[in-house]
Design a protein around this ligand. Sequence first.
Ligand code: AMP
Length: 176
Amino acid sequence: MTDEPVAELLRRLVRDVPDFPQPGVVFKDIAPLLADGAAFAAVIGHFADRYRERVDAVVGIEARGFMLAAPLAIELGVGFVPVRKAGKLPGQTHQVSYDLEYGTASVEVQVDAFTPGQRVLVLDDVLATGGTAEASCELVEKAGAEVVELAMLMELSFLRGRERLPGRAVHSLLTV
Ligand code: AMP
């Protein structure tokens, strides 16, 4: 573990990659954070302190959300549920579509992913425009669970994602 505040760890270990995956986008690469065992443990520990006894499951949003949600679920002693892009999950699924700058995207969860009324945390790495996060919350609710909070490592405030999430509790470790 480390005593460095989690926001400082993120400032130091999340790398800006200009023009990826397309020109004009500055990609927030969390690989250096995941590769630093003490820093990764500190981030998961921060979330575990915040959500212990408050949630019955942790939902990770494909794909980097999985890398955070799975270790957190184990730390909390609860289950992990994946929200995936359309067409990846077998069996019956619920689906929610949302607008992108060009076109639409869809996310899915298996219909039997939750027991009714389960309290869940929805976790991802980056909050950008908020479309993915909002669709994921709607999906969790469609499947019969309750979203306690949305948590992100980083929030890109200039993209105003929070405005797309009215009434939702959103916890970001670092806002840039
Ligand atoms: P959005 O729906 O616009 O909030 O986008 C959020 C999703 O896209 C998350 O799953 C992020 O992992 C990913 N994402 C969006 N923008 C970035 C970025 N600048 N760097 C890294 N991931 C991003």
